[in-house]
Design a binder for this molecule. Structure first.
Ligand SMILES: Cc1ncc(COP(=O)(O)O)c(C=O)c1O
Length: 379
């Protein structure tokens, strides 16, 4: 019985399905790099940087080792470090906050909007008015969570008042639009992860920072490679965070399919919406002025854990992104600063959110099985 269930199990995500979907060009790309003999940065990394910058609609892209490093490079290129406050959210991957602290800055965690789970602009504004801030406000890092843009317009309004840099965390929003433009093209710098499960995923770690500012681009290029302005000349203190050319070639081979893959994610989301309509649970909310690319399809209900167990017993795997907000993680608890009204919305949603299976190769039959499983739980 167990064997039967696991054989037919529906994974929550399945990066290997994207390999098998695009196997031929991916194999060709890997083989090209191996035969080419250039194994650090080089032409493959540069070619993918150019292609990805074009996809986002900005002139510069700087490849690096992962999305966490992209945020660190971005902050450091903006000159942000010790004594500086960087405002972001707690309902995110720990990586966002880890990168801020790696840059030497202090994170201040702002609560999210209950419907979209992205930074609540009025909370950012309220927090900045506080006379008790633990440093100098320097930057805001909105996270475009689950594939949907944060509400950038009011965040930019606040940032202008306080002269804050804006670094977009686009790790979950490849191809998502806000008011007709790609996320990543609004802020000083947009930071992407190509972690295997992302909408554009490598088969290993990879990341990218995009910008319209040539000075920031060259600063990030220096910082990613020992601070080198030219080979063996360290003009500043840097790190080693280079984009692996094998991953770059793979990503270049997959980039042409990103729009179609995002389209399939949106179709899956609509099929879930229709199938789950009328049930006593919260469905994902689309911001009217944005295009959601459904990195995750997140439902919300008080009996989350019971539903998760129920689906799991029927071979339907789900995820929780994320079960513990950053400020309640052991390494951050009682240490990291919270916004003016606390983080109650983030804490409540962490107890209620559930990510259903979501990846482009999910078949209609699999979606219907997920829908049937959720409906059966309530009947
Ligand atoms: C919102 C968010 N920010 C940052 C990251 C960090 O990316 P990486 O895992 O490539 O370092 C991730 C992905 O894990 C993420 O989901």
């Amino acid at each position: 019985m167990t064997g039967q269930v696991s054989q037919g199990a529906i994974p929550q995500t399945d990066p290997s399905a994207s390999y098998f979907a695009y196997q031929r060009p991916i194999d060709a790309a890997i083989s090209r790099v191996l035969k080419g003999g250039s194994y650090i940065l080089g032409g493959e990394a540069a070619a993918f940087e150019t292609a990805f910058a074009q996809f986002i609609g900005v002139p510069h892209a700087v490849g690096c080792a992962n999305g966490t490093d992209a945020i660190e490079l971005a902050l450091r290129a903006c000159g942000i470090g010790a004594g500086d406050l960087v405002f972001t959210v707690s309902q995110t991957a720990v990586a966002t906050v880890a990168a801020i602290e790696r840059a030497g800055a202090t994170a201040v965690l702002i609560d999210v909007e209950p419907e979209t789970y992205t930074m609540a602009p009025h909370e950012l504004s309220r927090t900045l008015k506080s006379p008790l801030l633990p440093g100098r406000p320097a930057a805001v890092v909105p996270v475009h969570l689950y594939g949907q843009s944060a509400d950038l317009s009011p965040i930019f309004d606040v940032a202008r008042v306080y002269d804050l840099r804006i670094i977009e965390d686009c790790a979950q929003s490849h191809g998502a639009l806000y008011r007709g433009r790609a996320t990543g093209s609004f802020g000083d710098i947009g930071c992407f992860s190509f972690y295997p499960t992302k909408n554009l995923g490598a088969f290993g770690d990879a990341g990218m920072a995009v910008t319209s500012d040539p000075g920031l681009a060259s600063a990030m290029r220096e910082i990613r490679e020992y601070g080198w302005r030219e080979r063996h000349v360290s003009a500043r203190i840097g790190i080693n965070s280079r984009l692996d050319p094998i991953q770059a070639a793979i990503l270049g081979a997959k980039l042409g399919n990103l729009a179609a893959d995002n389209g399939r994610r949106q179709t899956i989301a609509c099929r879930y919406d229709a199938g789950l309509a009328g049930l006593p649970l919260g469905l994902p909310m689309r911001r009217p002025d944005s295009v959601h690319v459904f990195h995750q399809y997140v439902i919300r209900l008080a009996e989350r854990d019971a539903l998760r167990d129920y689906l799991n017993a029927r071979g339907i795997r789900t995820g929780i992104h994320y079960p513990t907000p950053v400020h309640l993680q052991p390494a951050y608890r009682n240490r990291v600063a919270a916004g003016a009204s606390g983080l109650g919305v983030s804490e409540r949603s962490a107890r209620q959110i559930l990510s259903l299976p979501m990846y482009p190769q999910l078949s209609d039959e699999m979606i219907d099985r997920v829908v049937g499983g959720v409906r059966a739980f309530f009947s």
